[in-house]
Design a protein around this ligand. Structure first.
Ligand code: PEP
Ligand code: MG
Length: 589
């Protein structure tokens, strides 16, 4: 490829946030260049400055509404993503903390509108950053983007457009907003890179949703990039090369061909059933931590949410989420999944997962937090916590299929106590006259303590379903701290003890005719798929990104052969032999 602009190849390293290889010509954007005059105003100007700000807000609202009508036409999940995002931006412009903050600064600090906006962005950014939370860090980006829009409106600076670019363009910019990305036509824009931006931000989410390879956070990206320069970009590794040499160019081309070939295979799978060669359908579900991850679950074709870790609603904050806040979160998931099952697990705090607002309750949990007051034990001790969760879950169940899952169950008594609590909460909700489902949601238990697996027949008599949590099951069966890298080599899913516990639980569930799924990390690794299906599991729940590869494995396998191999494996006592029997099978089918 011919090179223009600066001199010779220049390699840069950033954060790869949307996978894929892009090779093309640079379009260098100066989208961030707004000339703003910040000044102190006289008392007499306060009123006119307030009005100027109100007009800028009004224009911004109109612009966002217009963008919303355009966003509907975006491909795939990008339309939905953009819709959520624009709603969030619109909310920020209607009597929000941000708008009130700017107005206050105009009056109290006598700042002109531009200065008031800039100061408010800065101060909100600082207070969000002080909370040290990735989710809030991403919200800073939203505040800045909305602020930039207001500054543009105040200074009447038009937006640079990414609408009509030459085919094969790679956009290089100081910062790109999600709205910028939405205007990009993937046929023209092959990739983009920017100086600012993080992997959690909406710009990154949009890039992934649109499938545009992208790299963010390259400090000296614009130093010697010139329009028309050849650029090669790897959205996985974060490598960006300006004016690549012939050898570099060939290296990127080779990777592009390999990725495209693999991607074509996996993407085709999305709409295909997760069905074995001998015609047995397997349920592949997603594990979710935060409601906002739902679009990823949907985009890979997950057939439900097999595990929602609600404890993440309690983290990175000082107060507890109340019933209404939880209801809103769960409802978002139920609506998002549109009739597919959503399994909400009650709080699993303790051990390696801690939350500030619960710190006091957890105090004195002893020297061995993994065996202490955690998960269901805490919920049953602090009934108000469980009440709020169960009430929110039952309310969400009025809008779609919800299952309630109890973590760290070790005894039948815990399940009975939780069920009584559920009935009590339901009666109270009925009295309150809130909308209820016709039937209470099924109440299931995690099988993640070896004792629970060994007593699975007893638990099956009181539970409506099982979900095996191999992460903890392995930790407790083999006495291996799952968070300690020094003993990580012992955390072995193929240990005969672990496999026997899984088998025990599966057989108890089958005998009792209750559903059973597996939602530990093991579910997302295609190496174990044949063995788990061979043991009788038909429902696997995993991180959304793993769904395509596991589906590929399911579709390549003959379940009868996998069942036979699982039997042979269960006769073995040595984990090395188990591993080789499994790996040989995986190579053949
Ligand atoms: C497990 O223990 O396997 C599980 C799925 O739960 P968590 O990882 O949240 O403990
Ligand atoms: Mg667990």
């Amino acid at each position: 490829m011919r090179t223009e602009g600066g001199h010779g190849e220049r390699r840069l390293q950033g954060l790869g946030i949307a996978p894929g290889i892009a090779i093309g010509r640079a379009f260098v954007s100066d989208n961030s260049a707004i000339t703003v005059s910040e000044r102190r105003i006289e008392l007499a100007e306060v009123d006119s400055e307030q009005k100027r700000f109100a007009r800028a807000v009004e224009t911004a609202i109109k612009q966002l509404k217009k963008l919303k009508t355009k966003a509907v036409a975006l491909p795939g999940t990008a339309a939905e993503e953009m819709g959520y995002l624009l709603d969030a931006h619109l909310a920020m412009l209607s009597r929000s903390r941000f708008v009130r903050g700017v107005e206050r600064r105009i009056v109290e600090e006598r700042a002109n509108a531009e200065r008031a906006v800039a100061l408010e962005i800065e101060s909100m950014g600082e207070s969000f950053a002080a909370m040290g939370d990735a989710y809030l860090a991403a919200r800073i980006e939203d505040v800045r983007v909305v602020g930039q829009r207001l500054l543009r409106n105040l200074t009447k600076t038009p937006y640079a457009t990414f609408k009509s670019l030459a085919e094969g363009t790679i956009v290089l910019a100081e910062e790109l907003s999600p709205a910028d990305i939405a205007l990009m036509d993937p046929k023209q824009v092959k990739g983009f890179a920017s100086v600012l931006g993080g992997a959690e931000g909406h710009t990154a989410i949009m890039a992934r949703a649109l499938g545009i390879p992208a790299v963010l956070g390259i400090a000296d990206l614009l130093k010697d990039a010139a329009p028309g320069d050849a650029v090669a970009l790897d959205g996985t590794t974060g490598e960006v090369v300006l004016r690549p040499s012939a050898a570099t160019h060939a290296r990127f081309e080779k990777r592009r061909t390999a990725i495209e070939r693999a991607g074509r295979g996996l993407a085709r799978l999305k709409r295909l059933p997760a069905e074995t060669r001998d015609g047995v359908e397997i349920l592949l579900e997603a594990n979710l931590e935060l409601p906002r991850e739902i679009s990823q679950a949907l985009s890979v074709g997950a057939q439900g949410l097999g595990l929602v870790r609600t404890e993440f609603l309690y983290m990175n904050r000082d107060d507890l989420p109340d019933e209404d806040e939880q209801y809103a979160s769960y409802l978002e998931l139920v609506r998002g999944m549109d009739g597919k099952p959503v399994t909400l697990r009650t709080l699993d705090i303790g051990g390696d997962k801690l939350a500030a607002p619960l710190a006091e309750l957890m105090e004195g949990e002893g020297n061995n937090p993994a065996l202490g007051l955690r998960a269901i034990r805490l919920s049953l001790k602090e009934r108000s916590l469980l009440d709020a969760q169960l009430a929110a879950m039952v309310r969400a169940a009025a809008h779609g299929p919800v299952r309630i899952l109890l973590p760290m169950i070790s005894s039948v008594g815990e399940v009975r106590a939780a069920r009584e609590q559920l009935a009590h909460v339901a009666r109270r909700l009925k009295r309150r006259g809130v909308r209820m489902p016709d039937e209470l949601p099924p109440l299931g238990v995690m099988i993640e303590i070896p004792g629970a697996a060994l007593a699975a027949d007893a638990l099956a008599a009181v539970a409506d379903f099982f979900a095996i949590g191999t992460n903890d099951l392995i930790q407790y069966a083999l006495a291996v701290d799952r968070g300690d890298e020094r003993v990580a080599y012992l955390h072995n899913p193929l240990h005969p003890a672990v496999l026997r516990l899984i088998q025990f639980a599966v057989e108890a569930a089958l005998r009792a005719q209750i559903p059973i799924s597996l939602c530990g990390e093991m579910a997302g690794d295609p190496r174990y798929t044949a063995l788990l299906l061979g043991l009788g599991i038909r429902d696997l729940s995993m991180a959304p990104a793993n769904v395509p590869r596991v589906k590929q494995r399911v579709r390549a396998m003959d379940l009868a052969a996998a069942t036979q191999r699982a039997r042979a494996i269960m006769d073995q006592l040595d984990d090395a032999r188990i591993a080789s029997l499994l790996d040989d099978f995986n190579e053949l089918a």
